[in-house]
Write a protein that binds this ligand. Structure first.
Ligand SMILES: [Zn+2]
Length: 380
């Protein structure tokens, strides 16, 4: 699920950093990953799908070294603007998912927005799809990743390292740090990327000062979100949804706002899912009528998830029959797709709209100020 407010590392203990790398994979990615590995640091690489597509061998090696691979969209668009011109943001993340999933163990996909640009509208749009329900994001940062601008302006590596050190100090010696192992959108700067040399100066100094490094999934709010299974309702029309009735029966008469009607999604890979109802039992097609009556997932508890539109889906049972609706009940009496029920998927978040917290506004402001400061210094 996508949050309106970004995840960050503000609550990390003192002298604790989480290193992240954006825009790869590229020619420097593996050298950076190996240098970190040799220093027992496990980082997260937010990759751009159009680069990752041609270089799966890099993703494989990143994973083998214990680094995480996250989603940074396919084409690296400015998402708030992209949404405003009807760009298909769901497609941007799903195309990258398809490339990185073989190299992601947890089932959760960590997401970072290009340039850190985010809006409530982007979150809402991405949350429309059941296929992005296992996403955790957006992941923001505290220590600004402007290494690419240093290289654009021919900064010396030593000066860039000093700036990162001072930014870390300014941020109370903790947080998520952004670097760029590759540079999207600025092809002319790519050959000047010196982030590996920067790390070779920075990391020994940080280690000497007693800094610890954690992987992204060790940050408590991110770890907590990762452990939660996505919750949703399956709507029929605008007012009704699939609902638990009696102990294990399901009907289509429920009210979406009733927490008892929340379902829990488990992705099984290969386009298959299992669905757990509020009684903690899985939906099963073992009988003609679909019921929530199984404690474990076997073949009758797996369903093919077939997307129809951004937020609409069909479900197909293990035996090839589709889930249909007959007399207000879910059944598998639908051998042909044209007989299948089309459900509207509604992420639990659709019912919760958080205001942006003041702390979050301050963090964003601070990041913008750091960015402006670095741009001003470039001009001196
Ligand atoms: Zn980026």
């Amino acid at each position: 699920m996508y949050q309106q407010n970004s995840f960050n590392g503000a609550d990390l203990p003192a002298k604790t950093l989480c290193l992240t790398f954006d825009d790869g994979p590229g020619i420097h990615t593996l050298a950076i990953a190996r240098f970190l590995f040799e220093n027992h640091i496990r980082a997260t690489f937010f990759v751009v799908g159009k680069y990752a597509f041609h270089q799966p061998e890099i993703l494989k090696e990143l994973k083998e070294m214990g680094h995480l691979i996250g989603n940074h969209t396919y084409d690296h668009p400015d998402l708030p603007y992209y949404v405003s011109v009807n760009g298909d943001v769901i497609n941007q993340v799903l195309r990258t998912d398809a490339i990185i999933k073989p190299f992601v163990d947890s089932g959760q996909i960590y997401f970072r927005a290009p340039y850190g640009k985010w809006s409530a509208e982007v979150a809402q749009e991405l949350n429309r799809s059941m296929l992005t329900a296992n996403h955790i994001g957006p992941i923001h940062w505290e220590i600004a990743g402007v290494d690419c601008y240093y290289w654009q302006n021919n900064w010396a590596v030593e000066d860039a390292a000093a700036r990162y050190l001072s930014d870390i100090e300014l941020n109370n010696q903790r947080g998520i740090v952004v670097f760029h192992d590759e540079i999207a959108d600025m092809d002319v700067v790519k050959p000047h990327n010196k982030t590996l040399d920067l790390l070779k100066i920075l990391i020994p100094q940080l280690l000497e000062q007693g800094y610890q490094f954690v992987r992204l999934d060790e940050i408590i709010p991110i770890k907590t979100a990762s452990a939660e299974k996505p919750k949703f309702t399956l709507r029929i029309g605008k007012e009704k949804c699939v609902s638990l009735k009696n102990d294990t029966d399901l009907n289509c008469e429920g009210k979406p706002e009733n927490p008892q009607n929340l379902l829990c999604l488990e992705e099984l890979g290969f386009g298959k899912i299992a669905i757990k109802a509020a009684n903690n039992l899985y939906l099963s097609s073992a009988e003609i009528e679909i019921k929530a009556n199984r404690a474990v997932i076997g073949e009758t508890e797996t369903f093919d998830l077939i997307p129809v539109d951004k937020n609409k889906i069909m479900l197909r049972c293990y035996d090839g029959n589709y889930v249909g609706i007959e007399k207000g009940k879910l059944t598998k009496k639908a051998p042909h797709m044209r007989q299948a029920a089309i459900f509207s998927y509604a992420n639990h978040n659709h019912m919760i709209t958080d205001d942006i917290a003041w702390e979050q506004r301050l963090l964003l402001l601070k990041k913008q100020l750091l960015f402006v400061r670095s741009k001003l210094q470039q001009k001196i």
